[in-house]
Ligand binder design. Structure first.
Ligand code: CO8
Length: 259
């Protein structure tokens, strides 16, 4: 495990863990922490053994309570233009790995926005999710206005952003903001169930399926389907496709080799 000032990074078999570790500030994301997350993320992204990156919060109270408000207080419009938070979350969304956010406490503002940049969100019965930036005279500026609307629909996104209403993990799951809801006690088992089912799939197929969804989402249907068709065509030439189809025919589990 690598312990940095505000995060911890660990690789366990095919899963990389980035743990936000600034519990005294409810894991608020200041520039130092964002910088550490970026370095850790890029390192895990380059590691060909890693297939899943899990983001989680230390301390039992928060995933992340948002951007650091004390630092925001001193920011100017020009700081906003060059702020690294939105580009970092875009980078994470485009990861070639599957990304999972574990929300076992507050995921507010930028914390919720980081979770929304991940592919899958697991929320526990201790989770509290929301975008309360308007309380500060700000708005969700790390992709939140767009990702929330895409995840839960424009009407619900407008309600949540304009009222700053905070949702429980169960409520978030009911509207599609979280992908799974479980108790804190069942979290380990739920994460294992999700990661195991992803790790049994063909790695190239996982990568291209994810890219087809993310890259196609904002395009017109015809162009998006063209990405899908080209991705599928690429998969038809892989050894993993030969193995996957053969394994089905022979009634045995597939052993994919990422080729
Ligand atoms: N930033 C800085 N410090 C924080 C933050 C934060 N976001 N959240 C909590 N802290 C600090 C508190 O100030 C407190 O510090 P201290 O002990 O020195 O007083 C410590 O963490 C503990 O906080 P609380 O005592 O409030 O703990 P509670 O468990 O009672 O409450 C809450 C936890 C509900 C999470 C509460 O702290 C809270 O409401 N936090 C703020 C939530 C929020 O408004 N988040 C949105 C932030 S703005 C944002 O994310 C913008 C993103 C886009 C940025 C674009 C950049 C250009």
């Amino acid at each position: 495990m690598q312990i940095l000032e505000y995060i911890e990074v660990e690789a366990k078999e095919q899963i990389g863990f980035i743990t936000l570790n600034r519990p005294e500030a409810r894991n608020a994301l200041d520039e130092k922490m964002l910088d550490e997350i970026e370095h850790a993320y890029v390192r895990l992204e380059k590691d060909t053994n890693i297939r899943i990156i899990v983001f989680q919060g230390a301390g039992g109270r928060a995933f992340a309570a948002g951007a650091d408000i004390k630092a925001l207080a001193a920011k100017t419009p020009l700081d906003g233009l060059i702020s690294p938070i939105q580009p970092l979350f875009n980078l994470i969304e485009q990861s070639t790995k599957v990304t999972i956010a574990i929300i076992d406490g507050y995921a507010l503002g930028g914390g919720c926005e980081l979770a929304m940049a991940c592919d899958i969100r697991i929320a526990t019965d201790h989770a509290k999710l929301g975008l309360p930036e308007l309380n500060l005279g700000l708005l969700p500026g790390a992709g939140g206005t767009q990702r929330l609307a895409r995840l839960v629909g424009k009407g619900r996104a407008l309600d949540l952003i304009l009222t700053g209403r905070i949702l429980s993990g169960e409520e978030a799951c009911n509207i599609g903001l979280a992908s799974y809801f479980c108790t804190r006690e069942d979290l380990k088992e739920t994460l294992e169930m999700v990661t195991k089912s992803i790790l049994t799939k063909g790695p190239i197929a996982v990568h291209l399926a994810k890219q087809s969804v993310h890259n196609g989402y904002d395009l017109d249907l015809k162009s998006a389907q063209w990405i899908e068709r080209l991705s599928l065509s690429l998969l038809l030439g892989t050894e993993d496709k030969t193995e996957g189809t053969q394994a089905f025919i022979e009634k045995r589990p597939a052993h994919f080799t990422n080729k």
